[in-house]
Design a protein around this ligand. Structure first.
Ligand code: GUN
Ligand code: ZN
Length: 494
């Protein structure tokens, strides 16, 4: 049984509004525009008319509504390329690695979504919290349940969230209550795609979601890929996260050259495919992702939490692979992309430090084997290359990760012609930020340097900074109202 979708409400954008504030506008991983006193002019249909210095707005602009947010900061809406709605109630369950954690905490939490009421309540809290953290666009996994997935769409639609959502597909190696018949999984996924893909002028889109190679037959993966191509929908799945997972994939698919080759054989690689994690990829696998223009979802907190490892972000960037950042709740402990940006920088630094440590240790060892001569040097170089210890010393910086959480994420989703930064014609998805909580001087002055501002946002950013969130020019979260709603919820009144 499918839940009837609620009728899409028209967007109630105000007629030509001007938002005056400090404006931070990423143009690339290196270049940012910063207007200390800027104006974002928004059309009645929620698209951006212009981005200019406030001084350029005429004094007699009485036909527009002026929202003076000074001294706050406006940033583009954040883009979360990987998260699991049903896992929000099971976040921060510390313990094992991926496979034991799925069994102990995640599969039981997902099984509860057989109850649509439970699913509705969870979706409401999940999307509200995303918006409260400044996330305006998200790629989200639901569960295997058709109705719960439909409920997730209808809640995202009502709350004004921009979302790519998919019903999880699993037809093998899953607990009985979550294991589907292959045909049913395909049929229900196709029905959901027909019902929701492209809804509200593309604000909602569908992602066929074969969970990962362990829980999906080759038939299921192949046909999911065919359906995605037929409907021009997304595919989202997990790739190369955990070493035990890799060993199991090898046993299940002995013909495949490596994990990425399993998905290649299934026809799942391509520009509309979102591959989460990609922690243990060989050069050959990176080549394949690059060649097929497949997108990577970098989830650094989740990779730390489950002790999976550290994805080589610098390597992916050097290869010009499109990468976005994912909170990956519930392996990631929070829906905050600010925390995730900080984690991405720290992960990159941890990798750098580890590489340096091992390189130096190996140099010491090699010195002891100098009697091996040229052959020894050759061998040593091969060991360094194999362990990827010969990389140039680069780390991800605040500019890069802020770009990945905005314009880069939009590019990874192929949505950068609509969102990701402030440009005329794009949708006005933005976040109003009070920067005083992240600045020890509590100073929101206009003359703060761009580097300081970005660094503070990335390393110290938190949900409490978000004053309001807008999607297509419509206010979809306001901090004061959010606080009141939570207070009333606790009292059971209002
Ligand atoms: N691999 C397959 N399923 C999952 C999941 O739910 N979370 C994470 N982190 N990895 C997965
Ligand atoms: Zn995931």
């Amino acid at each position: 049984m499918l839940t009837q979708p609620t009728v899409a409400r028209d967007i109630v954008a105000e007629p030509r509004a001007v938002y005056r504030a400090r404006l931070l506008n990423p143009q690339s991983a290196e270049a940012f525009d910063y207007l200390p006193d800027g104006a974002l002019v928004v059309n009645a249909d929620g698209t951006i008319a212009e981005v200019v210095a406030a001084s350029r707005i005429a004094d007699d602009a009485s036909h527009v509504t002026l929202h003076d947010f000074r001294p706050h900061l406006l940033i583009p809406g954040l883009v979360d390329v990987h998260s699991h709605l049903p896992q929000y109630d099971a976040v921060a369950m510390d313990g094992g690695e991926l496979l034991s954690w799925l069994q102990a905490h995640i599969f039981p939490a997902e099984a509860r979504f057989a109850n649509p009421e439970k699913a509705r309540d969870a979706a409401e809290r999940f999307f509200r919290d995303m918006l409260a953290h400044g996330t305006t666009t998200a790629a989200v996994y639901a569960t295997i349940h058709q109705e719960a997935t439909s409920v997730a769409f209808s809640v995202a639609e009502r709350l004004g969230m921009r979302a790519i959502i998919g019903k999880v597909m699993m037809d093998q190696n899953a607990p009985p209550m979550l294991c589907e018949d292959t045909e049913t999984s395909l049929k229900q996924s196709e029905e959901l795609c027909q019902q929701w893909h492209g809804r509200d002028r593309g604000r909602l889109q569908y992602a066929f979601s074969p969970r990962f190679a362990l829980t999906c037959s080759m038939t299921l993966m192949r046909r999911a890929g065919e359906l995605a191509r037929q409907y021009n929908a997304y595919v989202q799945t997990h790739l190369s996260e955990n070493l035990d997972e890799l060993k199991w994939v090898k046993r299940l698919f002995p013909q495949a050259q490596h994990y990425t080759d399993v998905y290649r054989r299934a026809g799942l690689l391509g520009a509309k495919t979102l591959m989460a994690h990609c922690v243990h990829l060989s050069d050959e696998e990176f080549d394949l992702l690059q060649k097929t223009d497949t997108r990577i979802c970098h989830c650094p907190s989740a990779n730390f939490f489950l002790k999976s490892g550290i994805m080589n972000l610098v390597k992916a960037m050097k290869r010009h692979i499109h990468v976005g950042i994912g909170t990956d709740v519930g392996a990631g402990p929070s829906l905050s992309l600010f925390r995730e940006m900080g984690a991405a920088c720290l992960a990159s630094k941890a990798r750098w430090a580890m590489e340096r440590f091992y390189r130096e240790r190996l140099l010491e060892v090699w010195a002891e084997f100098s009697m091996l001569g040229a052959r020894g040097t050759q061998l040593f170089r091969r060991v360094l290359a194999h362990l990827e210890l010969d990389e140039e010393a680069h780390v991800a910086d605040p500019k890069l990760v802020f770009y990945l959480a905005t314009l880069g994420g939009a590019r990874a989703l192929g949505l950068d012609h609509h969102i990701g930064n402030f440009a005329p014609g794009k949708d006005a998805d933005f976040v109003v930020i009070d920067t005083t909580p992240i600045d020890p001087t509590h100073d929101e002055s206009e003359d703060q340097s761009l580097d300081t501002l970005l660094s503070r946002l990335v390393y110290r950013g938190k949900g409490t900074m978000v004053q309001a969130t807008f999607v297509r020019g419509r206010r979809v979260h306001e901090e004061a109202q959010g606080r009141r709603a939570k207070f009333c919820q606790r009292l059971g009144s209002c």
